[in-house]
Design a protein around this ligand. Structure first.
Ligand code: DGY
Length: 328
């Protein structure tokens, strides 16, 4: 690994740089409390062999072509929609990612947002800060019950499964899902039923999105979809903000087409502090922290560092998006 230089595009848990340095890499860390600009990242990558980046870094075709000398790109995230994978593959640059280790942390956030939304927790917390807790009002601040409700999962993979398991354990929720393919484990262990997309949106009391961002899912949850959902339903998105149309979501909440929303991802990110969603009673928003626990972030940084180390040591990548790029 002597002479191989890795660029870390921001401050990651220290363990990542330590592992790389112990393995003999020369590590450049972006130490500032703000991300690199695109131009800074583009220039800095030119003098490095490997890029260690994350979900908000724009690794598009222009970036990759301008840095076609890169041996490897290692993403600190399970999603990699910020990276132009076909271009990386065409240029034989393997791309690593960090699956599995953030499943529970992200499912916890989806579950937490559902509960918080159903009981207006974020809104009520803000109202206390404004001095609005005056006296006990039996008819005010009422939420909705989750017990025995129907949970719809869009994209039932690892995170969706854990969300469904939590909802079933806590609230005996009936699980329906829509996926590209059936999930026999969920059907066996959670008694989940596969339904069409149309049935999913019409029948769910809570609809939780766990898909990846693709051309097919971009903007999928829009006016037409919210319009068909139940008026007492809650929409949860912990996947990617671009999967929902935020203007349509605001409108659906304002007109009562749906009851509430819990978002860990928004469109754009960061969310504008003046966004009307932040003022709504039945809305809970978090700043994209699905994987944000100490243990999970440490596991992610280990996987991301290991993807680079293994690539140089053994010409393999334990978690590669495009393993075919390694053969060359
Ligand atoms: C990911 O890793 O893709 C998640 O969105 C992080 O929370």
């Amino acid at each position: 690994m002597e002479g191989k230089k890795v660029l870390l595009t921001r401050l990651f848990p220290e363990l990542g740089a330590n592992l790389l340095q112990e393995a003999g890499f020369e590590v450049t860390k972006w130490e500032h409390d703000k991300p690199m600009t695109q131009q800074e990242m583009l220039e800095a990558a030119k003098s490095h062999n490997a890029l260690f980046c994350t979900l908000s870094d724009k690794i598009d075709a222009d970036f990759i072509r301008a840095n076609s000398h890169l041996d490897v790109i290692s993403q600190f995230a399970v999603g990699y929609d910020n990276i132009d994978i076909p271009t990386a593959t065409e240029l034989n640059i393997p791309v690593g990612y960090t699956p599995n280790v953030l499943t529970d942390a992200t499912a916890d956030i989806a579950f937490g947002l559902m509960v918080a939304t159903s009981r207006k927790m974020f809104y009520l917390h803000k109202s206390i800060l404004k001095g609005e807790w005056t006296y006990f009002k039996p008819n005010a601040n009422l939420g909705i019950e989750l017990k025995n409700q129907t949970l719809g999962i869009f994209g039932l993979g690892r995170i969706g499964f854990e969300m469904a398991k939590r909802c079933q354990g806590a609230y005996n929720m009936n699980v329906i899902y829509h996926n590209r393919k059936a999930n026999p484990k969920a059907e066996r262990e959670l008694n989940a039923s596969y339904v069409s997309f149309e049935k999913l949106i019409k029948r769910s009391d809570v609809l939780s999105v766990h898909c990846s961002l693709t051309d097919k899912t971009k903007g999928l949850f829009n006016k037409g979809v919210f319009n068909k959902m139940k008026s007492n339903s809650i929409f949860i998105n912990t996947a990617r903000g671009l999967v929902h149309n935020e203007t349509d979501l605001i409108n659906a909440l304002q007109t009562g087409e749906i009851w509430g929303a819990g978002l860990d991802v928004t469109n754009p990110e960061p969310m504008n502090p003046n966004n009307p969603l932040l003022q709504m009673e039945n809305v809970s928003v978090m700043p994209h922290v699905g994987s944000g626990t100490v243990a999970t972030r440490n596991e992610m940084v280990k996987l991301a560092a290991n993807n680079i180390i293994e690539f140089y040591r053994n010409k393999r990548m334990p978690h590669a998006v495009n393993p075919e790029a390694i053969q060359h």
